[in-house]
Design a protein around this ligand. Structure first.
Ligand SMILES: [Mg+2]
Length: 421
């Protein structure tokens, strides 16, 4: 998880918080319609070719009218709506639109939390004097997003993140729902259990056995009964069913770059050793990148010779990545181009930059080039390393370092510790 930074709590005049949840309608499909006006008004399904064994990532409202739903197999979507335009989707476009949405949100308040590419929480507590009633603020934000992106959003306005989230779902498509303070439980009462965040298929099935159907059904039974039915999560569910949620809108604090470097125990002219070290440092940086849920596009390699002269070189991948193999390949190419002097090397380093949050997870929807397989591989390696130390798994060139360096649970013992900013 990325490090989280809580904004200083504002003066809460009347003690009421105002949280907005803004969520784009049919995001991927709508972006396609905005970018390609011929698609406007037509059923559009993003996910891939209907002959693929893949699922619907996003369906326009014209397609939803035929019963097409997110996560449904594409083959089934084609049966329901054979005239739909099926698209593979281009992640880069979605990210650009997401950045534009984020820009709009920031123009209203710095207290935002992007929950995914197309949705965000905004804390407007104490902003009444600037924007008027939060409902009016929601309306202004909705129009500003439309102007900046052409996209429709739905907005939930409430005293907590939880209720704001349910309210934006309730508002869909293209509307605003405002739940006044004190009416949270009443708003939730008639809604179905699956409308409550945190009720997944398993919980839903269990609750069904007790004949609970609506959120209101949970409001009238005691927490003890829910705890008996669901175990420890029952109490938290009872809280949510009543609309009680005190969690804050928190922006993840993301770094601008992730770098790792080291000075050799002794200056070296051994090309293989430097390459192995560079591979190792790149793996460490990429592991850190994944641990904070980000991707990177640019790789910079830095060399310092024994006379202290320093040089670096940067280049970008065509697409952002989270995978060691992409970064290592590029780092070794850059090293090859940089290492031109017949002099010993004192220090080597690598930096990953052009960082973006949240992308690898969603990118897997649109990629069939082994990305998913590699993603699983690296996630697996990360979890083993988390338990047994970084050097419990060494790959590729980094293995050569075993001849040269001692390891501890953190990895190789380097003369200068790795630096991150
Ligand atoms: Mg959405």
């Amino acid at each position: 998880m990325p490090a989280r930074h809580t904004h200083r709590k504002r003066e809460r005049g009347d003690g009421v918080r105002w949280i907005l949840h803004v969520d784009a309608d049919a995001f991927f499909a709508s972006v396609e319609q905005v970018l390609c006006p011929e698609l406007a008004g037509k059923p559009v399904i993003v996910g891939g070719d209907p002959d693929d064994r893949s699922v619907v990532a996003s369906a326009s409202y014209e397609a939803k009218a035929y019963g097409v739903k997110t996560a449904m197999p594409l083959a089934e979507a084609r049966r329901l709506c054979p005239q739909a335009v099926f698209l593979r989707g281009k992640f880069e476009n979605y990210r650009k639109m997401s950045d534009r949405m984020r820009g709009v949100f920031y123009s209203f308040t710095p207290d935002i939390e992007m929950a995914s590419l197309d949705e965000a929480y905004l804390d407007l507590t104490g902003c009444k004097r600037i924007y008027g009633h939060p409902f009016d603020a929601a309306d202004s934000i909705k129009r500003a997003v439309k102007d900046a992106t052409g996209l429709n959003v739905s907005v939930g306005v409430a005293s907590s993140r939880l209720v704001a989230k349910v309210a934006s779902d309730y508002a869909k498509p293209n509307a605003i729902t405002c739940v006044m303070p004190g009416f949270e439980a009443a708003f939730l009462k008639p809604l179905g259990l699956r409308d409550l965040p945190g009720v997944g298929p398993r919980t839903f099935e269990r609750l069904g056995r007790y004949n609970f159907k609506t959120i209101g059904d949970l409001q009238v039974i005691s927490e003890a009964v829910l705890a008996a039915a669901l175990g420890p999560s029952g109490q938290a569910l009872a809280e949510r069913a009543s609309g009680r949620d005190f969690s804050e809108v928190e922006e993840a604090a993301y770094p601008k770059s992730i770098s790792r470097e080291t000075t050799f125990h002794e200056d070296t002219a051994e090309r293989g050793l430097v390459e192995a070290m560079l591979s190792y440092l790149t793996e460490r940086a990429a592991g850190k990148l994944r641990s904070i849920g980000m991707s990177a596009r640019t790789v910079t390699v830095k060399l310092r010779y024994s006379d202290f002269s320093t040089c670096h070189k940067a280049r970008s991948l065509r697409e952002p990545s989270t995978h060691d193999c992409d970064f290592k390949g590029l780092a070794l190419v850059l090293f090859d181009e940089l290492f031109t002097r017949r002099m010993r090397i004192r220090n080597v380093g690598v930096a990953l930059s052009s960082l973006a949050p949240g992308m690898p997870h969603q990118a897997t929807l649109f990629d069939e080039s082994g990305f998913q397989r590699r993603e699983r591989l690296y996630r697996g390696i990360d979890s083993v390393r988390e338990r047994f130390g970084f050097s419990s798994i060494l790959t590729g060139r980094a293995i050569e370092l075993i001849r040269h360096l001692e390891t501890d649970s953190h990895g190789f013992i380097l003369r200068t510790p790795s630096l991150t900013q």
